[in-house]
Every structure is written in structure tokens, then in C-alpha cells.
Design a protein around this ligand. Structure first.
Ligand SMILES: [Zn+2]
Length: 308
């Protein structure tokens, strides 16, 4: 499956409509439905002195699809739609590609060593999830989230207060510690108020519309824009997973992973500088390497494709 498709698949998980209707929160719903965004504000609303809801609030938001207008107003359904799906993080530039033949591990003269396999298997497990029994490439790196569950939105989806750390690699949030309310899709059932530590993959920005069960908007339909996450775990290093992996490779599935490796820099040949002859001097001058390497070394990507 291609990566955009994998994202769409995960987003589908998030946006599955809760079908439980009005009984979803175990309370009678006093529905105060907002007018659909693109419609002119209802006259009754304006009479109450509310600001007219023409909402030019986000000029960068993509145009709404037409059918959005026909939302049924009176039900208690949860609606979550993606506004901006997370882009797949860019892989390390792949410097080398190799076919890794499982049948040749540790055979004489083969490059398929068990040490390299261990490294590749670890990277593979971190970069994949099992969806319907098949191995799917994750569109990014999962992060650790500390969650406090606030409201159950059905089908494993929660409104939650989240805290996470950004050491600097994440472009969508500020550096350092972050805290925000998010939408999280969790694997196991929970209860409001529960604290939970999860590893999750960011799906992107979503708009969630539901009847709030918590203050300050209790009983009212709210529409929130939040970052959304899906709980994920690296593939287990156990026998069933290994077996499934072997079966998939034997069946000819193109499973691949990208490893980080340290190589000698090509610009300077691994020494970290360039020599330059200086007229009249015995010793050469040392110029900094134009390859911007780290003392002659650079991190490169090795793409490993597993073969039977
Ligand atoms: Zn260099």
C-alpha cells in the first residue's frame, strides 16, 4: 500500500461515524445545533446579539465540500473530518539499496549477516504496523503521549488532554514540552478521567463536531479543531510476528525498511577536511569539507528490501 493510502486508511479509522446516535453519551441531548458553516446565519441567532457566524476565521482551510451543508441538525452523532492530513515525514536520503536474501544469512561470502538482519528487523518493526494481517508502512514516527481522557466519542475515539515532548524534530508543534487537547484513537477501552501513556502516530488536524459531555459546553454541540493521534505500537518481536513476516517475504511481498548507517564522507574520503597545497610551505593547509560531514562521517540511508 502506498503511503498516502496508509494515511487515508488510518484517517478512516478516526473518521468512522459513530452510529449510536442520541444514546451515545447516556444522557438526553439538548441539541443546540450550530448553523452549517457556509449557510447564512439564522435570523434567530442574530437576534440574540451573537456575532454573525460567517467565519472567515481560517483563510487557509480548504474549501468545504458541498454535502457538508446537509448535516442533520438534530442528532447526537459525532462527526470527525480531516482538515489537513499529516504529510509523510521525509525519509533519510537513501544512499544505498540492497536486497537482503533471508536464505543467505551468514552464508560464506554473503553480505546478509545476522547483525545486519537484527538492525533491519528492528527498523522494520518501528516503521510498520499490521493492518488486517498485512504489514503497512507507517507514514511517520510515533511519539509518546501522556493522556488524560476527557470524553468518549465512540469507537475508541477520545477527547483528551495530551502532553508530549518535542526534542526538535517535529515541525507541527513547538519545540520542548507541549500540552494541548487532542483527539486520540485508542486501542483499549477507557473511562473519563483516566490517565494513560501511549505511543501514537499523528494523523493531522481534524474538525470534530459532537455534543459536549463536559464543562464548559456541557450539553451543547461543539465544533473543535484539534490534532488527532492514533495509538500505535511497534511490531512485537515475537514468534507470530516473525512467522507472518517470513510468510509475507516468501510470498514475494516487497517489504522494505530504511536503516541509518554511518559512512565515510565521499567529498573528503572520510578525513573531514581537504588538503590544499600552499606555495612555499611544506605542510598543506586544511580546508573544511564541502560535504558538511561530521569529522569525515555522514549518516546515510540504507534501504533494505527483504527477499526470500
Ligand atoms: Zn567530508
Amino acid at each position: 500500500m502506498s503511503r498516502p493510502l496508509a494515511v487515508a486508511c488510518l484517517a478512516g479509522l478516526l473518521c468512522a461515524e459513530a452510529s449510536a446516535g442520541g444514546g451515545l453519551f447516556g444522557r438526553r441531548l439538548r441539541v443546540v445545533e450550530e448553523p452549517a458553516r457556509a449557510q447564512p446565519a439564522a435570523p434567530a441567532e442574530e437576534g440574540k446579539g451573537k456575532p454573525a457566524r460567517e467565519e472567515p476565521e481560517d483563510p487557509f482551510a480548504p474549501a468545504k465540500p458541498r454535502e457538508e451543508k446537509e448535516e442533520p441538525a438534530e442528532d447526537g452523532q459525532v462527526r470527525i473530518r480531516p482538515i489537513e492530513l499529516a504529510k509523510a515525514e521525509k525519509d533519510l536520503p537513501v544512499d544505498t539499496r540492497m536486497d537482503f536474501r533471508l536464505s543467505r544469512i551468514d552464508k560464506p561470502l554473503s553480505t546478509e549477516t545476522s547483525a545486519l538482519f537484527r538492525e533491519a528487523w528492528k527498523a522494520f518493526r518501528e516503521q510498520h504496523a499490521r493492518v488486517d494481517g498485512a504489514f503497512e508502512r507507517l507514514p511517520g514516527a510515533p511519539i509518546a503521549l501522556s493522556l488524560t481522557l476527557r470524553q468518549d466519542l465512540g469507537e475508541g475515539r477520545w477527547l483528551a488532554d495530551a502532553a508530549w515532548d518535542n526534542p526538535g524534530a517535529l515541525a507541527w508543534c513547538r519545540q520542548g514540552s507541549n500540552s494541548a487537547q487532542v483527539i486520540a484513537v485508542l486501542d483499549a477501552a477507557g473511562r473519563p478521567g483516566e490517565r494513560r501513556e501511549v505511543t501514537a502516530l499523528r494523523i493531522g488536524l481534524v474538525e470534530a463536531s459532537f455534543v459536549a459531555a463536559i464543562p464548559p459546553a456541557e450539553g451543547r454541540r461543539v465544533r473543535l479543531r484539534r490534532q488527532a493521534f492514533v495509538e500505535t505500537a511497534p511490531l512485537a518481536d515475537d514468534d507470530p510476528t516473525r512467522q507472518a513476516f517470513q510468510v509475507a517475504v516468501t510470498a514475494g511481498k516487497p517489504l522494505r525498511t530504511v536503516l541509518t548507517q554511518e559512512r565515510d564522507c565521499r567529498s573528503c574520503g572520510g578525513v573531514g577536511y581537504l588538503r590544499r597545497k600552499v606555495p612555499g610551505k611544506i605542510q598543506d593547509a586544511r580546508d573544511p569539507c564541502p560535504g558538511a560531514c561530521d569529522r569525515g562521517k555522514r549518516e546515510v540511508g540504507l534501504e533494505v528490501t527483504f527477499r526470500p
